[in-house]
Design a protein around this ligand. Structure first.
Ligand code: TYD
Length: 209
């Protein structure tokens, strides 16, 4: 009986960058190595996450600082809730992959709300759970918007070129700002699906061997 903790890998990038496909490929590879893996996302499926989805589609109207606070609250619930919180899973030895985590709030919300305030509000979550790796899949907004126009669920709030360009710039600023404290891997998301998957595996596979 070992009590090894699970690893925690998060995927980041602007809307439509291809995270979903890569997350399922990585999960398969981790499981092929005989390890357990749980896939999750933010906004989460919890109560605050459901409220956030209604804000993103315009069903509920809130200002952007309130939305930033909701993302921080959703993250704490995602980590701490006693039913299926990430802390419990990771302590049980389950590897977790999350579609978005703390860098998403820093990048998306700091376009309209001061970054320091956003970081302060997320400081508890940051101290509770630190990703082994943040994988940032980089694709230009023109390309992701073109992909997204070919049919899928839309969140009205952020899926426009100006905002996505600002968010992408924020990601690059953050990657530089956090380079000494966070393990952030930048992947060129313009490559083919299999090449991206290989590159990601070459960086993280050591965790599962
Ligand atoms: P979602 O439909 O999950 O989009 P995607 O598949 O592109 O990730 O909606 C998530 C949206 O919420 C997306 O536009 C990014 C945004 N978001 C934030 O603004 N801040 C955050 O902290 C998170 C987790 C997501």
């Amino acid at each position: 009986m070992t009590n090894t903790k699970g690893h925690f890998i998060v995927f980041e990038g602007i809307d439509g960058c291809g995270k979903t496909t890569q997350i399922s490929l990585l999960k398969k590879r981790i499981e092929q190595n005989g390890a357990r893996c749980f896939e999750t996302k933010e906004p989460s499926d919890g109560p605050v996450g459901s409220m956030i989805r209604q804000c993103l589609t315009g069903r509920i109207k809130v200002d952007e600082s309130t939305l930033a606070a909701l993302f921080a609250a959703d993250r704490l619930d995602h980590i701490n809730n006693t039913t299926d919180g990430l802390s419990i899973k990771i302590n049980d030895g389950i590897n977790v992959i999350s579609d978005r985590f703390i860098l998403s709030t820093y990048a998306y919300q700091s376009v309209r709300v001061p970054l320091d305030w956003v970081m302060n509000m997320n400081s508890l979550a940051a101290s509770l759970l630190k990703p082994d790796y943040h994988i940032f899949i980089d694709v230009e907004p023109d390309i992701t918007l073109e992909r997204m126009s070919k049919g899928r669920f839309h969140t009205e709030l952020f899926e426009n070129k100006k905002r996505l360009t600002e968010v992408r710039n924020r990601y690059f600023e953050l990657i530089d700002k956090l380079k000494d404290t966070e393990n952030i891997i930048i992947i060129d998301g313009n490559q083919g699906i299999d090449d991206i998957s290989e590159e990601i595996w070459s960086k993280v596979s050591h965790l599962f061997k």
